[in-house]
Design a binder for this molecule. Structure first.
Ligand code: SF4
Length: 107
């Protein structure tokens, strides 16, 4: 962006986590690079992160149930399983309906 300003209205994390609309606008179709919930590119490009060290905090460990999830597993995920698997995960912020919306948008 000009002047090193981030345009939050184009942020993948905004659309996939914070947007509460039933649909993601077509104008951003094909621009999510398959990110389904949030986006970690900020972490990748932040110059301060070169000083970061890995955490040993268990709460940041991956959820074992989804480590080998396929696209089909995500598409067939039920609301009941969603609530069980993600009971302690930030993914709950998008809600089950938001995750389903995001998955549909990526097709
Ligand atoms: S890198 Fe990802 S999370 Fe960061 S502003 Fe851009 S789209 Fe949003």
């Amino acid at each position: 962006m000009p002047n090193k300003v981030i345009d939050g209205s184009k942020c993948i994390s905004y659309y996939t986590i914070e947007l509460k609309d039933a649909l993601i606008p077509d104008k951003v179709k094909g621009k999510f690079d398959n990110w389904m919930f949030g986006c970690d590119v900020c972490q990748d490009v932040c110059p301060w992160n070169r000083f970061a060290t890995s955490t040993k905090e268990e709460v940041f460990n991956p959820i074992p149930e989804i480590l080998n999830f396929t696209t089909t597993d995500w598409e067939e995920l039920t609301e009941e399983a969603f609530k069980k698997i993600f009971s302690h995960s930030p993914i709950k912020r998008a809600k089950f309906s938001g995750i389903k919306r995001n998955l549909s948008f990526l097709k």
